[in-house]
Ligand binder design. Structure first.
Ligand SMILES: *[C@@H]1O[C@H](CO)[C@@H](O)[C@H](O)[C@H]1NC(C)=O
Ligand SMILES: *[C@@H]1O[C@H](CO)[C@@H](O)[C@H](O)[C@H]1NC(C)=O
Length: 731
């Protein structure tokens, strides 16, 4: 060993001896008992207890079931806490080797266990160590009386957390009487600022947040970090990783957001660990043992694709005998849709209740009524769903129940948009603000259960939470019912989780829903492209685009594809028949720029019914890829087409069309109804190849070159009415 090493060993040994003699003996082998006060077991408390259990901490909870007399936690008050401690702590006064740590619970989460806590307490050299913060409260005038600290340190006492030897803690709590509504922080502050007491009890403040981190006014100095499969909070200002994280003051939403990650709730390597805890298993239940659910459906405004909405409600995989349905319909426009749902399903459910538009029941009242009705009938869950929600996964309801949370919603978005059904954060006036992790959540980059300040449109609420939420939609009459509800839930500390562990559905966009047509959804391709596709595009459409697709060619260079659904064909024909202004089939056609049609048909142009833009979009999105597949090398995006029209053939009107060439690069021809059923005869013959297609398939499209090669004629329709949709693409 060199001289230098001896010196280091010597100095180190001396220092250790000196420190231990001067300060406290190490407490790392002491017992640690965590004390907290909670008058009710709300979700904040459960979150706290989860973290305590996770780190194997012994917790003593005082005050459960006691009526709280300490005032609003956000303002002065809290003397009641000290009085509860006075009543309960005396038996611990003379316990040697016992360290007591008091923390609040509703807004506290722990991130480490006994060993780390005692080690840091021991290092502090104090007999009692209080949490600290940057603001002096509730009496600012006392600020100057505090000992000075370094710029990076916290100077003022916070009573939300302290740790100390049992004797000192009990004496301190017992020191003076305090009224329940007096301020506990002021009580401890005065003790700390009393030099004699401070010295006798050896009280210090945790100025570097070694153990206690108060988040009020400190959000900017903390980060969530990960180490292996553990998460922790790091304070960049003090360079410490505090253990007791306290969401004191008005920053609760931000605290709860961080708490999603803390105590290993979510980690970068393991993902959502808290998602796997306390699950409710429905899979082994017999139908009769399933929990009862009141499904409340809210139709508050005109909503596209409501037919699918109701189908999806009916399609939930859950025993219908255990479901009551309540429908609040505020729109005359949708009365027929509600009626249709009832006709089909009313008898399947245990009970169905409808409030129709003429009752003029407001949304707020209807939503509050659903809460009370669920309570009145002792239902196990209230599941409320708004008409803009498309629940595409039938397992949604059971998946949400399984997670066992007070209030839970699936993540729902407008496809392709940033708009969703939750808020990650609140602005200062309680409106929407984007949280740091909002994008990661809506883009499914982080999967989990996220306690958020606002959710809407689809909520599953556990029945035992309903009493706390009675009247919640009327809690704040100055804001919308959903905002009012969420404010109430936050005030009652009922957590609202958004679940993005899977994809369960999406939101339709109802704001610019044009309801002036017979089949309004046909026109809605821009606002709701996904729903449009599901209703109108043939289920086999995409097969033709696969690499090894075999595409039918019934005549030379005439390709045949499934493209639209039967529903499309039916609605399309009905829309044009409803419009009704069929052309005469004469050569003179005032709709054309030249006023003359060489080969006239009885038809209606797409622009006459206002579908032209939608149709061009359809050509670009659905037809062009097929064209590139079969006529490779020709590329024209977007496709142009001036002539887009529906043709009607019938024996007594126009039964056929003489041979002609189309003024197009290529032509598409979609059959809109069925040969042999809706009409007899018909079909198309390509003259040059003497090749006829006489059995068109409804919803299928021909594509063939125009102009030079594909001289063709429409064959005679001998009975019924035949409809086809034609576009001359790239004229
Ligand atoms: C559901 O969660 C609560 C705590 O929030 C827990 O007490 C209960 O045991 C859980 N249920 C199941 C079936 O795990
Ligand atoms: C065209 O085909 C039909 C039968 O498919 C045949 O009867 C007819 O003779 C053919 N016409 C010519 C000009 O080849």
């Amino acid at each position: 060993m060199g001289v230098l090493h001896i010196w280091i060993a010597l100095v180190f040994g001396l220092c250790l001896g000196f420190c231990v003699a001067e300060e406290e003996a190490s407490t790392t082998d002491h017992e640690l008992l965590l004390l907290t006060i909670a008058t009710e077991e709300n979700d904040g408390f459960r979150q706290f207890m989860r973290s305590a259990k996770k780190y194997d901490l012994d917790v003593k909870v005082f005050g459960l079931g006691v009526e709280w007399r300490g005032g609003n936690m956000e303002s002065v008050g809290g003397g009641h806490k000290i009085n509860i401690l006075k009543e309960n702590l005396r038996p611990y006064r003379n316990k040697k080797n016992l360290i007591l740590m008091f923390v609040d619970s509703y807004d506290v989460i722990l991130t480490a266990g006994k060993e780390a806590i005692l080690e840091r307490f021991s290092k502090s050299g104090a007999r009692v160590l209080f949490a600290a913060e940057d603001t002096c409260w509730p009496d600012r005038s006392l600020a100057d009386k505090y000992p000075a600290v370094k710029a990076s340190e916290k100077r003022y006492l916070n009573s939300g957390g302290f740790i100390g030897h049992a004797a000192e803690v009990v004496d301190m709590v017992d020191y003076q009487p305090i009224a329940d509504d007096e301020d506990d922080q002021l009580y401890y502050t005065k003790i700390f600022l009393n030099r004699v007491l401070r010295h006798d009890w050896n009280i210090k403040l945790d100025t570097r947040a070694e153990i206690f981190q108060n988040l009020n006014h400190a959000l900017g100095e903390v980060l969530i970090k990960y180490k292996g499969d553990h998460s922790y909070m790091y304070n960049v200002k003090t360079g410490t990783a505090p253990i007791v994280i306290h969401g004191n003051g008005p920053i609760k939403p931000e605290f709860f957001r961080m708490a999603n990650y803390l105590a290993d709730g979510w980690t970068s390597t393991e993902g959502c660990q808290s998602c796997k805890e306390d699950l409710i298993d429905l899979t082994s239940l017999k139908e009769a043992d399933y929990p009862t659910v009141l499904i409340a459906l809210f139709v508050e405004y005109r909503t596209p694709f409501i037919r699918e909405f109701f189908q999806r409600v009916a399609g939930l995989s859950y025993p219908r005998s255990k479901i009551q349905i309540y429908i609040h319909n505020a729109e005359d426009f949708h009365t027929k849709d509600v009626k249709k749902f009832l006709e089909e399903y009313e008898d399947h459910y245990s009970r169905v209740i409808v409030t129709s538009p003429e009752k003029r029941v407001s949304e707020r009242v209807a939503r509050d009524w659903a809460v009370e009705e669920c309570m009145r009938t002792n239902c196990n869950y209230l599941f409320s769903v708004d008409s803009i929600v498309q629940m595409t996964e039938p397992s949604l309801l059971t998946d949400l129940i399984t997670q066992n949370r007070s209030i839970i919603a699936p993540l729902l978005k407008r496809p392709g948009k940033l708009w969703s059904n939750f808020w990650g954060a609140l602005s200062h006036d309680n409106f929407y603000a984007r949280s740091e992790d909002y994008m990661d959540i809506i883009e499914y980059k982080k999967l989990g259960l996220w306690n958020v300040p606002h959710i809407s449109h689809t909520l599953l609420i556990q029945g035992h939470k309903l009493p706390a939420l009675k009247g919640a939609h009327s809690f704040n009459l100055n804001v919308d019912a959903d905002m009012s509800f969420c404010q109430a839930a936050r005030a009652k500390m009922v957590f609202m989780y958004v679940n993005n562990q899977a994809y369960w559905g999406h939101l339709v966009y109802a704001d610019h829903y044009d309801t002036s047509h017979l089949n309004n959804e046909l026109f809605d391709i821009f606002n709701n492209p996904l729903d449009w596709k599901e209703r109108y595009i043939h289920k086999d459409y995409a097969k033709a685009l696969e690499d090894d697709a075999e595409i039918e060619m019934p005549c030379p260079d005439v390709y045949w594809f499934p493209i639209v659904t039967d529903t499309f064909c039916d609605e399309f024909v009905a829309e044009f028949e409803n419009y009704g202004q069929w052309s005469s089939g004469k050569n003179n056609d005032p709709r054309l720029s030249g006023g003359y049609e060489n080969v006239p048909t009885v038809d209606i142009h797409m622009n006459q019914v206002g579908l032209e833009q939608q149709w061009l979009h359809f050509l670009a999105v659905y037809v062009r890829p097929l064209q590139e597949k079969v006529f490779a090398g020709y590329y024209h995006d977007p496709p142009q087409a001036i002539m887009n029209f529906i043709v009607r053939y019938k024996p007594e009107e126009q039964p056929l069309l003489r041979p002609h060439n189309d003024a197009s690069t290529y032509t598409i021809n979609i059959a809109l109804n069925r040969p042999g059923i809706d009409f007899e005869g018909g079909g198309c013959r390509f003259v040059r190849y003497n090749c006829s297609i006489t059995s068109p398939r409804k919803g299928w499209m021909f594509m063939h070159p125009g102009r030079l090669t594909h001289h063709h004629e429409g064959l005679r329709t001998t009975a019924g009415t035949r409809y086809i949709m034609i576009s001359f693409v790239d004229p």
